[in-house]
Design a protein around this ligand. Structure first.
Ligand SMILES: *Cc1c(COP(=O)(O)O)cnc(C)c1O
Length: 850
C-alpha cells in the first residue's frame, strides 16, 4: 500500500492541426453508423479504443500525444482520415441521399419524444429494443433529411453492465457517465445562452438543463435535472434510466413531456407534429393543451388541436410495459394544471382512463390526446385494437383507429461492414440509394456463392472470437478451471467456424421463453450427441434487475450449459450490449426467437440477423409473421392462445425440435465439394433479398411520414388556422353529438327483399331518430359482402345512403341497392357521427347498427 491520498488528474493531448477534425467526427453520432469512422479511431490505438468502450470523445482525451503526432505524419493514416472526412462532408452536404417522394410541406417539423435512445454503446441512454428503435428512427430521419428533432432524457447512469457469477446469477453494476466524455453540448437559446428551463413539481420549481446531440443532420435534445441549484432529490430525477420508484418515474415523465415541450419552445422550434414513442412522454399532451388554454382556447378546442397533430406509437401488449399511476399521485402533481385547464378533476382523470378503481394510464392519456395511433406490426396493431377497444366502444376492433406500422432496422448501423464491402463490389455503391427497393435486391442472388459464404464465415469467426474472450473472462474470473474452459469452448473456434451456431440474444423477459429449448431434455441430449453434426447454441441478454423470473432463466441456461453432456454446446454469454448484439446478429448461422404469441409486438433483432444473411427460426409473431415467405427461413406456427401455457410450451417446442432435426441441422451439414451447403446459401440470400428492403427503418420512417406526419401536419394547419375556428367548431360539435347520441336510432322502413335478379336493384329506406342532430351530422352506410363461414366476408363494399325528408324527430335515408355480384350476399346498415374536419372517421367511437 502506498501512503497518502491519490489525487486524479487527466492529461488531455493536443490534437495536431492536421488531424483537427477528429474532434468533429467524435461529436456527431454519424460515427455510430459509419464503420470506417470507428475504424479510424481504433487504428490509432486498438487497446485504448476497447478500454474506452468505443467512445471517440473519451478516446481523444486519453490517447498519447506522441501517437497522434505519429499518425499526423503517417500518409496512410492521413489518407484514411481524408476519406472518412470526405464521406462525412458529402453526407452532411448532400440534400438527400435517397430519392423518394415524401408527403411533407415547407415549414413542417416533426418532434419525436422517447424515454430512451440507443445509437451506440458509447452513449448509454438506452436499455433495449425501444431505445435502439428510437435511435434507428432518428438515423433514418437524418438519412432522409426530414425536418425532425428528437427529445429525451440525459441519464447519469444508463442501463447496467452485466456479469454472471459462478452460480449463474446476474450481477448488475451501474456506472456514472462522465458528461465530458459524451457527444453532447449545452443547447443554446435564441440569444446564444445555455438553455435552462423550469418545470413545476408540487411545492417547488425544478431547473432542467437542455443538452444538444448531433445525429447526422438531426438534433436530439436531452434533459437533465442534475444541477447544483436543485434540491438533492430533484437532482436525482434523471439519475438513472427507468430507476427509482413510482415518484421518480412520474417526475421523469413530467420532465420529458412537459420539460420537452418547453425546451422546444425556448429553442424557437415550432413543430407541426409531435410523435409520442411509447406512453412515457404522454404528459406532453397536457402541457400543449395547457398552453393553448392559456392562450385563450377552451379545453375541448385545445384538445382537438393537440390531438390532431399528435402521433402515438404503442410498443407492447404486455401489461407491465404500460405505465400507470395512482389517482392520488396524479392529483398531487396535476392539481394546479387541472385548474389552469379549467376542467373538473374527473374530466382530467378520465384522460388517463382513471376512476372506478382504475389507475391513471399513460397509454390511455396518449390515445386520448392523439388522432394517429399505431402498433408496431400487423399482429400487434390488431391485438392493440382489441386490448384498447373500450377507447372506441361502439367500433369493431377491425375498424378501430388503431393502425400499424411495422418496425424496421437502420441498415448502415446493423449491416456488417463485410457485407457492405461485398455489396459495394457486387451491386455497386448505389445499393445504398436503393435501401427500400425490393426489385433491386434480387441482384443478391447473382453474387457467387463462395464469395457470399466466405463473407458470412468471416463474420462468424469475428463473432466466435468475441464470444470466446467473453466466456474465458467470465469463466476465469469465477475461478473455473482451464481444462473445463477448453471443453466449454470446443465448438467456439474462430479458426474453424464450421459448427452450426444458433443465436438467441435479447432482453430476458419471461414471455420470450429463452428456455423453450429445454422443454424436452431427452430430445436435446439425443440431438446434441451427434458428433458428426455438432450444434452450438449461444445465449446472451439482460434481465431487468427487478425481474426475478427473467434472471432465473439466465441462471437456468447457465446451469444446463455446465452439465457434462452439454459442455461446449450451450453458452450463456455475459455483458450483452449493442456491440455484442452487432457481432451476434451478423455472426450466427441461425437466429432463434420463441415468444409466446402474440406478445412479441415486433421484435427487431431477427431483422438485424436477416439482413446479414443469418437465417431466422421463429414463432410467426410480430414482424416475422409478415416477413416469412416459405423460402427465407423457418416458421413455428404458434399454438392458439386458448391453450394453457404448459400445453403451448409443449407444442411450440415440439415444432422447434422437428424443424431443427428435420430441416435446419441436415440442411446445414449437406455440404457441397466447396465445403458449404448450397441450399443454405440460397436461403440466406433469400433472407437478405426479401427482408432487407422491406424491414429497413427507411421504409418504416417513410411510412410514418406518408401515413401520419404529412397528414397530421395538414390537420395542424387546418385546426390552428385563423383563430382556431376549425378546432373550436369541431369541439362544440362533438359535445353536441355526445349529448344526443344515446337517443340516435336506426329503423328500417321497407320489408327486405329476399331474392332479386342480377342487374335489378332493391330500394332500401331507413329512418334515423336524430335526437336533436342534423342530417349532415351523421352518415348512414350499407356494407355489402359475400356471406362467409363466420358471417360476412372481409372485402366489403361500403355505400353511403342519401338523406331525404326530415319528418318530426326522424330523417329518412334511402338507397337503391344494386349488387355487382351474384350469390348469397349479406348487407348491414349503420349510422355514425360525421364531420368533415374529423381526423379519423371513427375517432369518436360512436356507431349504431341496425
Ligand atoms: C435489437 C436489439 C434489441 C431488441 O431485440 P428484440 O429481438 O426485439 O428483443 C435489444 N437489445 C439490443 C442491444 C439490440 O440491439
Amino acid at each position: 500500500m502506498h501512503p497518502g491520498t491519490p489525487f486524479v488528474i487527466e492529461v488531455n493531448p493536443h490534437i495536431p492541426p492536421r488531424l483537427s477534425r477528429l474532434t468533429e467526427l467524435a461529436d456527431n453520432l454519424w460515427y455510430s453508423w459509419d464503420q470506417p469512422t470507428r475504424t479510424l479511431f481504433a487504428r490509432l490505438h486498438s487497446g485504448l479504443w476497447d478500454k474506452v468502450k468505443h467512445n471517440p470523445k473519451a478516446f481523444l482525451k486519453r490517447v498519447d500525444e506522441d501517437r497522434l503526432n505519429e499518425a499526423a505524419d503517417d500518409h496512410i493514416f492521413r489518407g484514411n482520415y481524408n476519406r472518412v472526412l470526405s464521406a462525412f462532408d458529402t453526407y452532411m452536404r448532400e440534400p438527400q441521399c435517397l430519392d423518394m417522394p415524401l408527403d411533407l410541406k415547407p415549414g413542417d417539423l416533426i418532434a419525436y419524444f422517447c424515454a430512451e435512445f440507443g445509437f451506440h454503446e458509447s452513449f448509454p441512454v438506452y436499455s433495449g429494443g425501444l431505445g435502439i428503435l428510437a435511435g434507428d428512427h432518428c438515423k433514418s430521419a437524418s438519412d432522409l433529411r426530414l425536418p425532425f428533432v428528437a427529445v429525451g432524457l440525459l441519464y447519469r447512469q444508463g442501463y447496467f453492465s452485466q456479469r454472471i457469477d459462478s452460480d449463474g446469477h446476474q450481477i448488475a453494476t451501474y456506472t456514472d457517465s462522465d458528461f465530458e466524455d459524451l457527444p453532447i453540448h449545452p443547447a443554446l437559446n435564441e440569444e446564444g445562452k445555455e438553455l435552462c428551463i423550469t418545470i413545476e413539481l408540487p411545492g417547488r420549481k425544478v431547473a432542467v438543463k437542455v443538452w444538444e446531440v448531433y445525429v447526422g443532420h438531426v438534433r436530439l435534445y436531452l434533459l437533465d435535472t442534475d444541477l447544483p441549484g436543485n434540491r438533492p432529490e430533484d437532482r436525482d430525477i434523471t439519475h438513472q434510466l427507468y430507476g427509482g420508484d413510482r415518484s421518480t418515474r412520474i417526475q421523469q415523465e413530467i420532465v420529458l413531456g412537459v420539460g420537452g415541450a418547453r425546451a422546444l419552445e425556448q429553442l424557437g422550434l415550432k413543430p407541426t407534429v409531435f410523435h409520442i414513442n411509447e406512453g412515457h412522454a404522454a404528459f406532453l399532451i397536457v402541457e400543449r393543451i395547457r398552453r393553448k388554454v392559456k392562450a385563450g382556447l377552451s379545453f375541448h378546442a385545445a384538445l382537438e388541436v393537440v390531438a390532431a397533430s399528435t402521433v402515438f406509437t404503442t410498443h407492447t401488449p404486455v401489461p407491465a410495459g404500460h405505465d400507470h399511476f395512482a389517482e392520488d399521485m396524479i392529483w398531487d402533481y396535476f392539481r394546479e394544471v387541472c385548474n389552469d385547464l379549467g376542467i373538473p378533476r374527473e374530466e382530467f382523470l378520465k384522460l388517463g382512463g382513471a376512476g372506478y378503481g382504475k389507475e391513471f394510464n399513460m397509454t390511455r392519456l396518449a390515445l386520448s390526446g392523439s388522432r394517429y395511433h399505431n402498433g408496431v406490426s400487423r399482429i400487434h396493431g390488431t391485438v392493440s385494437s382489441r386490448i384498447l377497444s373500450d377507447m372506441w366502444p361502439q367500433i369493431r376492433p377491425e375498424e378501430s383507429p388503431m393502425d400499424y406500422i411495422t418496425n424496421g432496422v437502420h441498415v448502415p448501423t446493423f449491416l456488417a461492414e463485410v457485407w457492405q464491402d461485398l455489396f459495394d463490389q457486387q451491386l455497386g455503391y448505389e445499393w445504398r440509394r436503393h435501401r427500400t427497393d425490393v426489385a433491386f435486391w434480387e441482384k443478391v442472388a447473382d453474387i457467387p456463392d463462395h464469395l457470399f459464404w466466405s463473407a458470412h464465415q468471416t463474420l462468424k469467426s469475428k463473432m466466435l472470437h468475441s464470444v470466446r474472450s467473453l466466456v474465458a473472462n467470465q469463466h476465469l474470473r469465477n475461478y473455473g478451471s482451464v481444462a473445463r474452459l477448453e471443453r466449454m469452448l470446443k465448438f467456439t473456434n474462430p479458426l474453424d467456424p464450421n459448427v452450426l451456431t444458433i443465436g438467441f440474444a435479447r432482453r430476458f423477459a419471461t414471455y420470450k421463453r429463452a428456455t423453450l429449448l429445454f422443454e424436452n431434455m431427452d430430445w436435446l441430449r439425443t440431438t446434441l450427441k451427434d458428433a458428426d453434426r455438432p450444434v452450438l447454441f449461444i445465449f446472451a441478454g439482460k434481465a431487468h434487475p427487478a425481474d426475478k423470473p427473467g434472471q432465473e432463466l439466465i441462471r437456468r441456461i447457465y446451469e444446463v450449459s455446465h452439465w457434462p453432456e452439454f459442455e461446449g454446446n450451450l453458452l450463456m454469454v455475459e455483458a450483452y450490449n449493442l456491440s455484442l448484439a452487432r457481432r451476434l446478429v451478423s455472426g450466427c448461422d441461425v437466429w432463434l426467437n420463441t415468444p409466446i404469441y402474440p406478445l412479441e409486438a415486433s421484435g427487431t433483432s431477427g431483422i438485424k440477423a436477416a439482413m446479414n444473411g443469418v437465417i431466422n427460426l421463429s414463432i410467426t409473431d410480430g414482424w416475422w409473421d409478415e416477413g416469412y415467405d416459405g423460402s427465407n427461413g423457418w416458421a413455428i406456427k404458434p399454438t392458439p392462445e386458448s391453450f394453457d401455457d404448459t400445453r403451448r410450451d409443449q407444442e411450440d417446442s415440439r415444432d422447434l425440435y422437428e424443424l431443427l432435426q428435420d430441416q435446419v441441422i441436415p440442411m446445414y451439414y449437406r455440404r457441397n465439394e466447396l465445403g458449404f451447403s448450397s441450399e443454405w446459401v440460397r436461403m440466406a440470400k433469400r433472407s437478405i433479398i426479401t427482408l432487407l428492403p422491406s424491414f429497413s427503418s427507411t421504409r418504416m420512417v417513410m411510412e410514418y411520414v406518408n401515413k401520419f406526419y404529412g397528414p397530421a401536419s395538414r390537420q395542424w394547419r387546418r385546426y390552428s388556422g385563423g383563430i382556431f375556428n376549425v378546432a373550436h367548431d369541431l369541439a362544440t360539435w362533438k359535445v353536441k353529438v355526445r349529448q344526443a347520441w344515446h337517443g340516435v336510432r336506426l329503423n328500417r322502413l321497407n320489408e327486405p327483399e329476399k331474392r332479386i335478379l342480377f342487374g335489378k336493384s332493391t330500394p332500401l329506406a331507413v329512418a334515423v331518430t336524430l335526437n336533436g342532430l342534423a342530417p349532415e351530422d351523421i352518415r348512414v352506410e350499407v356494407l355489402v359482402g359475400r356471406a362467409s363461414k363466420n358471417g360476412q366476408d372481409k372485402n366489403l363494399q361500403i355505400l353511403t345512403m342519401k338523406p331525404g325528408k326530415v319528418e318530426g324527430r326522424e330523417c329518412l335515408f334511402h338507397l337503391e341497392l344494386n349488387p355487382q355480384m351474384c350469390g348469397k350476399l349479406l348487407y348491414r346498415l349503420r349510422v355514425y357521427p360525421y364531420h368533415e374536419s374529423l381526423t379519423h372517421p371513427f375517432e369518436m367511437g360512436l356507431m349504431v347498427w341496425l
